[in-house]
Design a protein around this ligand. Structure first.
Ligand code: RB5
Length: 140
């Protein structure tokens, strides 16, 4: 199960990504926001990331205007490793090396097609483990 959330700036892209996830056969739970009305991104980042921490969801996909606000909010939550990705290389390596469990994207930065590709790579690339686990352990 994938947790997905956005603020108003990311709302439209979130809706498109939901369709994409359905087409790809990923199950998701939408933690809001549910309209393009102005709202506060930390609220929605926290809701989705809490579902990752509780084990209800495996990973979170978060969207705001830049991807930065949701990533900052998400990274305040113990156990969340959130990465802003605007390219496929970063999406691949933040899974391989950082075992990132929250993908953050900026709806005002990248288009729908790239966001979908980044999401696919993020959701399907495994963590490499080994020395990378040791480094991640140092975060805590
Ligand atoms: C909203 O205008 C915008 O500030 C927000 O979506 C996000 O980009 C913050 O980092």
């Amino acid at each position: 199960m994938i947790a997905i959330a956005s603020d108003h700036a990311g709302y439209e892209l979130k809706e498109k990504l939901k369709k994409h996830l359905e087409e790809k056969g990923f199950e998701y739970r939408d933690f809001g926001t549910y309209s393009a009305e102005s709202c506060d991104y930390p609220v929605f980042a926290k809701k989705a990331c809490s579902a990752v921490i509780s084990g209800e969801c495996e990973k979170a996909v978060l969207v705001c205007g830049t991807g930065i606000g949701v990533s900052m909010a998400a990274n305040k939550i113990k156990g969340i490793r959130a990465a802003v990705c605007s390219d496929t290389y970063s999406a691949k390596y933040t899974r391989l090396h950082n075992n990132a469990n929250a993908l953050c994207m900026g709806a005002r930065v990248i288009g729908e097609g790239l966001a979908a590709e980044i999401t696919d790579i993020f959701l399907t690339t495994p963590f490499e483990g080994g020395k990378h686990q040791r480094r991640i352990d140092m975060f805590e």
